[in-house]
Design a binder for this molecule. Structure first.
Ligand code: XMP
Length: 511
């Protein structure tokens, strides 16, 4: 089944991905493409949205694509830079603002009974973030709404289905932003909102069946949401021909390897658990540089996975849990085409499994959509709500070199912390949490004895995508109980600290 699609042309705004997500929340499929790479099959898109940008339409560097196949021919919405673009290159005038225009503003309607503004209240809060302003509308422009500081906050072009807004409907602080997108896309552009998790599953399974036929596919499971949802989709399509490999690198959480393996088997996946802990510990021996540790783990994983892939006779495909943010081409800070698609297909010198054909069933989805698709296939909510966990595992939470003993200590500490968060109903309020084993000993006293033992840090952050994060204000009573439990139960630890650094300037992981 073909769904209506919306094209979002990216001019480099920090909010472009949010536009795509808001559109998809309306059950409408949207794609982001760089402003200078307009898809050749433009006819296949039902409407187009121009994003914001850090650039000015007035400068020599103005990002200026040829919209002649779009403008006046398709429903078009310009947001912020997009609105200024349509004004500046359409006979209007854009100039620097006299007043700062960042943050909240309130809309007042200039023109009543506009479908574009239906069900939006007069005075509705919108979010502004721009330093240029539209002084004069383009030819045939009709003013629809203003704010206190911005006269030309929303306009349309007479005789076209072209609309433009100076504010950002995609951000949470624009309270009726989603309604406005709905008005434009559903009521004006007549896009059919029928793209849902259930429809995604049915269509993807059918497409995978057609593409893979009776070929064999190998997939590396990590215990995380993306690889698991990818495996379940593929399993629906090709059953036993999907060969999943779940590698224990010895750096997972306490009991995680057996627990997750059982869970996978219970889900009917054809999965092989490979305990390669010793191989990883060997590869890490004596290494304390964070980047070298990461590389050693990456190499060991490739070796183990390559060995396993060779055992599957006649395997043709490698499946990956790649998601949409990994494949969006970003517009670079210089405005040039940056084409930074993640690429590992640099053939020659690659392990054999990487020469397989690649299948990526989730590459059109955002993370929250992967979770919705997983839920619609009946996956355990606990699995879907699991915190992210880094590929190198506890190795980047043990500062300095890694030994089996240190891994054991950290697994115990981490288990007390994470189980505590679950027991106290705090786990789902936290985006990611874990413990860090510090390379310092400090003096303590237990009973009448002096101790000189390890210090651990606890880290719990809130975030939406890991790019920025803030520490979570966990209840003192919880921290008190957790600290007591750790020091009393984990031999070798006599001090617990809580990390209260935000990202930036810190990062989430300590290494
Ligand atoms: P940072 O420490 O950069 O972490 O603030 C942001 C997010 O990325 C995860 N992370 C990694 N994930 N391999 C991974 O698969 C890595 O080497 C790695 N380093 C950091 C981190 O857990 C957080 O969610």
């Amino acid at each position: 089944m073909q769904h209506d699609k919306v094209l979002i042309l990216d001019f480099g705004s920090q909010y472009t991905q949010l536009i795509a997500r808001r559109v998809r929340e309306l059950n409408i499929y949207s794609e982001i493409h760089p402003f200078n790479k307009i898809p050749t099959d433009i006819q296949g898109y039902k409407a187009v949205i121009l994003s914001g940008s850090p650039y000015s339409v007035r400068g020599d560097e103005a990002l200026h694509p040829d919209l002649s196949e779009i403008r006046g021919k398709k429903p078009l919405l310009g947001v912020c830079y997009g609105a200024q673009y349509l004004a500046h290159f359409g006979g209007g005038n854009v100039a620097p603002s006299n007043t700062r225009e960042y943050g909240r503003a309130n809309l007042s309607f200039v023109k009543e009974n506009e479908v574009f503004l239906a069900n939006i209240s007069e005075g509705s809060q919108v979010w502004m973030s721009h330093s240029d302003t539209i002084k004069e509308l383009p030819s045939n422009g009709v003013l629809l709404a203003s704010t206190h500081d911005v006269e030309n906050a929303a306009y349309k072009i007479e005789g076209e289905t072209t609309f433009a807004i100076q504010f950002h409907p995609e951000v949470y602080h624009s309270t009726d932003g989603k309604q406005l997108l709905e008005n434009f896309l559903i009521n004006i552009a007549e896009v059919t909102p029928d793209w849902t998790p259930d429809s995604f599953v049915d269509e993807t399974v059918a497409a995978l069946k057609a593409e893979l036929g009776s070929d064999k596919v190998v997939l590396g499971l990590s215990g995380g949401v993306d690889s698991t949802v990818a495996a379940v989709l593929l399993n629906k399509a090709i059953g036993e021909n999907l060969y999943c490999v779940f590698v224990n690198n010895g750096l997972l959480r306490k009991n995680e390897f057996d627990g997750v393996l059982n869970q996978y088997e219970g889900m009917g996946l054809n999965v092989k658990g490979v305990d390669a802990s010793a191989r990883f510990l060997d590869a890490l021996a004596g290494e304390s540089d964070p980047e070298k540790k990461r590389k050693a783990i990456g190499r060991a994983f490739i070796e183990v996975f390559d060995d396993e892939a060779h055992l599957i006779e006649d395997v043709k495909w490698l499946a990956q849990g790649t998601i949409y943010p990994d494949v969006i081409e970003s517009v670079s800070a210089t405005g040039g085409p940056s084409a930074t698609i993640k690429s590992h297909h640099n053939v020659g010198g690659l392990p054999d499994f990487m020469k397989l054909k690649i299948v990526e069933p989730l590459k059109a989805l955002f993370k929250d959509e992967v979770r919705r698709v997983g839920a619609s296939m009946g996956l355990d909510p606990e699995l879907l709500g699991r915190h992210p966990f880094p590929g190198p595992g506890l190795a980047i939470r043990i500062l300095g070199d890694i030994t089996a003993e240190k891994v054991n200590i950290l697994q115990e500490v981490d288990a007390i912390f994470i189980n505590g968060l679950k027991e106290w109903g705090l786990y789902d309020k936290v985006w990611q949490a874990g413990a860090i084993l510090l390379p310092v000993n400090s003096v303590g006293v237990m009973g009448d004895e002096r101790t000189y033992e390890k210090c651990v840090a606890l880290r719990a952050v809130e975030s939406t995508d890991g790019m920025t994060a803030d520490w979570v204000n966990l209840p003192y009573e919880f921290l008190q109980k957790t600290s007591n439990d750790i020091i009393n139960k984990v031999k070798g630890v006599n001090r617990v600290v809580y990390d209260i650094s935000s990202k930036p300037p810190a990062t989430i992981e300590w290494e």
